[in-house]
Design a protein around this ligand. Structure first.
Ligand code: MRU
Length: 378
């Protein structure tokens, strides 16, 4: 996506690879929107840590990061013994897969890389194929998001108010985003609309990342507190909901997404507001049989007990070295603890449609209509 910084506009991908340095390049998302910085990981362990620590986050983005991380690990192997090489890449795969458990994209992406890599007969060939496959996954992720935009734009009419949750924008993918793709495509078609970004506590990806992306793109938007959506729906101020997902079950149509999505889907159903989920194909899990079995990440309680932000007081003339630095503020009662599930699962019947790169499906149609096309190679 294009980013304008101090009056200069450039195109950036969320994730890319520096082959000469064997390094995964990532936009440091924890600093946004206060600072824009790209960091490089030195090895696959650092890449896995960057996923866990949410330097990079969002299903497609961590999918591409894991794919590049697997290639990075494969390329770091020295020697020509194929058995030892396989054992090494298995270890790399495991570490990257365990970095964050809920999104299925990293596992799907790495399975792709591993399958394509096996066509090589020597270690050197497999190393070469691993990087080519990771690049292919990243390019496909960007392409899929563009296609989601093409299909989803028809849901957006002039004058609509759209609600989105968390960040399924370009920072959550390699480029363009899933939930935001229809918005960009509708904007390009000249449609006028307004977006409400759920703040999305505890990490506030809606207030920090989605709002920053929409501002960069000059899309009319406002941040709302997580508890405000019901009120706005009741007053007829929300016409459409579009969210992303970290894992959609192809067999049942259930959708895992950022905590709070289920609540919004219940509210949307109560107010008869269409509720759509936008995903690339790498977000579909064709194996799991029930949403209850989706691993739900439990994160540190500090995320709920406080908040990260920037200390700034534009009115103050007093020099303070802490101003404009990112800081953690404890909000909650000092002796209380917290529970912090990162995701929830929305049942199929609350979802109007799943916007994919190959069309919009009812959640329960995925298995009958899309799975045969996938197994036949589209
Ligand atoms: O914890 P995060 O920020 O990695 O969560 C991912 C998300 O931002 C949302 O769940 C999003 O809607 C799906 S990722 C495209």
């Amino acid at each position: 996506m294009n980013v304008t910084l101090r009056g200069r506009t450039g195109h950036f991908r969320t994730v890319s690879f520096d082959a000469a340095r064997n390094s995964v390049q990532l936009i440091e998302q924890r600093l946004l929107p206060h600072a824009f910085k790209i960091i490089g990981t030195k090895n696959f362990r650092e890449t896995a840590q960057a996923i866990t620590d949410m330097v990079v986050r969002g299903a497609g983005a961590i999918g591409a990061t894991a794919a590049y991380g697997l290639a990075q690990g494969a390329r770091a192997f020295r020697g020509s013994d194929l058995k030892k090489f396989s054992a090494h890449t298995d270890l790399v795969f495991k570490m990257l897969a365990e970095a964050r458990p809920t999104a299925v994209d990293p596992v799907n992406a790495m399975n792709d890389v591993r399958r394509k890599m096996l066509a090589g007969k020597t270690v050197a060939e497999r190393q070469f194929l691993a990087l080519a496959a990771a690049e292919e996954f990243a390019n496909e992720d960007a392409r899929h998001c563009e296609e989601i935009g093409r299909h989803g734009a028809k849901l957006i009419r002039n004058g609509m108010n759209i609600l989105t949750h968390c960040n399924a924008g370009w920072l959550a993918f390699v480029d363009t985003g899933s939930a935001t793709a229809p918005m960009y495509a509708a904007q390009a078609q000249g449609k006028k609309f307004h977006v409400f970004c759920d703040e999305t506590r505890p990490r506030s990806q809606g207030a920090t990342l989605t709002a920053w992306e929409l501002a960069q793109q000059n899309i009319s938007h406002q941040i709302i507190a997580d508890n405000a959506a019901g009120h706005l729906m009741q007053r007829g101020e929300i016409d459409l909901v579009i969210v992303g997902s970290d894992r959609v079950l192809g067999r049942t149509g259930e959708v895992a997404n950022k905590i709070g999505t289920y609540t919004k889907a219940v509210l949307a159903a109560r107010h008869k507001i269409p509720f759509y989920v936008a995903i690339p194909l790498s977000t579909i899990d064709w194996n799991l049989k029930r949403g209850f079995d989706i691993p739900i990440e439990e994160r540190e309680e500090s995320e709920v007990l406080g908040a990260w932000g920037i200390i700034s007081n534009p009115k103050s003339k007093i020099h303070n070295s802490k101003l404009n630095q990112r800081a953690y503020i404890r909000v909650a009662n000092p002796t209380s603890s917290a529970r912090n599930p990162g995701f929830d699962v929305t049942p199929a019947e609350l979802i109007t449609g799943i916007i994919t790169p190959v069309g919009i499906f009812k959640p329960k149609e995925l298995w009958k209509k899309l799975h045969p096309r996938i197994t036949a190679g589209m």
